[in-house]
Design a protein around this ligand. Structure first.
Ligand SMILES: [Zn+2]
Length: 178
């Protein structure tokens, strides 16, 4: 008896929190990555050193932590993309970013370092996108949930990180200034 194929594609097209459209193209990702470094520098520069490290709620990161996370999550996605380019349908490993933020002491970093990391990460993201053709974008790895994940999906997820956390940064700034 043949096995019934019951897996369906993920139907969620938009993030319910930030509204990011997962059907958006990688051109938008390049735009977002081009704009992020300046936007981050401006946003973090609007509050003092204590406020930038302040968590408004125990379950939320401070502005600096969101920035530090962006500086690490973008290269992390690029590492996954490189793995899918180098290997035949590799099994991709998940990452616990709550632990990373603690172990990496995001809150103790300087604003200057966080901005430099994000600047470098965005440059690498843009360079990666510009280096790929359609065949590359269709290559697949296996996600932690066992489903195939194309390079295009991995890059779109990196784009979502940018948009989602820009919203977190704006909201934190509004409340700190409010
Ligand atoms: Zn989102």
């Amino acid at each position: 008896m043949s096995q019934i194929q019951h897996a369906v594609p993920i139907a969620v097209q938009r993030c319910v929190i930030c509204g990011f459209d997962f059907g958006t193209g990688l051109d938008d990702c390049v735009t977002h990555a081009t704009e992020l470094p300046e936007l981050l520098q401006e946003t973090l520069g609007k509050v003092d050193s204590a406020a930038v490290r302040h968590r408004l709620a125990p379950w939320e990161w401070s502005m600096l932590e969101y920035g530090a996370h962006l500086g690490e999550v973008i290269p992390w996605y690029l590492g996954r993309v490189q793995q899918v380019l180098d290997e035949d349908r590799p099994q991709l490993q998940p990452m616990d970013w709550t632990i990373e933020a603690e172990v990496g002491e995001y809150r103790r970093r300087s604003v200057q370092r966080v901005c430099a990391d994000v600047d470098q990460a965005c440059r690498s993201l843009i360079a990666m996108i510009n280096s790929l053709d359609d065949d590359h974008l269709r290559r697949e790895g296996i996600g932690s949930d066992g489903s195939p994940r194309t390079i295009e999906v991995l890059l779109t997820r990196a784009d979502h990180e940018i948009i989602h956390h820009e919203r977190d940064l704006r909201r934190a700034l509004d409340r700190l200034q409010g």
